[in-house]
Design a protein around this ligand. Sequence first.
Ligand code: DUC
Ligand code: ZN
Ligand code: ZN
Length: 462
Amino acid sequence: MKLLIQNGTVVTCTDSFRGDVFLEDGLIHSVGANIRTQFPDAEVIDATGKLVLPGAIDGHTHIEMPLGETHSSDSYFTGTRAALFGGTTSIIDYANQVIGESLNKTLNDWQIRAKDQAVCDYGFHMTISDPREDFLKEIPGLLDAGVSSFKCFFAYKGRLMISDEAFVRLMKLSRRYGFLVNLHAENGDMVEEATNRLLSEGKKSPQFHALAHPREAEVEAVERAIRLAEQTGGNLNLVHITCEESVQAIAEAKKRGVHLFAETCPQYLILADDRYDLPGFEAAKWVLSPPLRKIHDRNALWKGLAEGTLDTVGTDHCPFSFEKQKTLRKDRFDRIPNGAPGIEDRVEILYHFGVKQDRISLNQWVDRCCTAPAKRYGIYPSKGDIVPGSDGDIVIFDPEKTHTISARTRHMNVDYNTYEGISITGKVESVFLRGIPVIKSSQYLGCPGSGQYLTRTAPEGC
Ligand code: DUC
Ligand code: ZN
Ligand code: ZN
């Protein structure tokens, strides 16, 4: 298939120029200001007035994630289709080790789930919840299988939380083998203490979720992790960062040369903890961890993104039906399934609140949503850029179209939207995955199973 996307504004992490992109055999063949005459037999797509960007990479999703007696509500089909609608052509999903089960089994289980369902390309981070020696020995084999990042938790005491000793061991291995350690940085003991105190005072409704996850718990964990990264020389990636003090600690660490990366998410950039003041059970829609914070935190996160202290924006997409799943554990905030949808919203939200409102540049938007995640997660340059030889993953984006976000018009399999009712300018119009149109004029054209597994290599800089 030969496609010429012509006359749009091509935007990469470093450039923007009026030009054409020629795709052939699933790859980007050429990019330039005046190349259309060279490809007379190509099918032409007119992108006049539109932005032409690399397919975006969401480095933080939880699709069909088992949780107790339920699982997050998107299947690999609905979740990755929603990703495409939102301009995301690759995701790195979290495969979660069950305590006592091997990492190889975990990878196999997740592969089976995704294989015949996924419609965008996908890879896996591996969450290690049982860091015993036998399981850590599987890591080199997993690297060969394309899993080049692992996650662990300082939170969820008694369940997922790992000790500092295990974290140090993992960091040393990350240095030795060249992989990335993604960390959920909240002090599990502090969360446990706050949760038990609130429950003992009879404070059990979702309004109390944020108080059970105090900002000090994040800041302590971020600072401790940075010190341990510094001492071990390991490769640290702090995910879903929410607080101003965390941004400061990361900036200072980067300045003194600590090898580390950081991610934030759209919900922390544009929402705040006033959602927990909503009456009744409504606040449960924003029971996610870490919780939403203050307006000054939002400002610090935007500044961190603009200055490069924060490297990437992932969604932490982890949807649970409000009516059917969030309510399963209505009586206690700490038992409400944690997470919120967002895989379809990220690129447009970052454009409206970031680029349109002058918080980040057009090139930074592409970098934080596309190029930096591709580099960080070991899929660059086949993903995340518009250069000859890269996969033909392209988004045509209408920078003028105004619309209102709503669960009714989005495609995620969930009965509410994290950003319901927010009006934004900028909309994904068409999407190409490896040179094939998968979204055309906001219509889905693909079929289940057309997404490919990403065998990831060592993250850049590891
Ligand atoms: N951490 C995540 O990264 N996602 C969902 C919940 C959590 O604690
Ligand atoms: Zn987490
Ligand atoms: Zn997550």
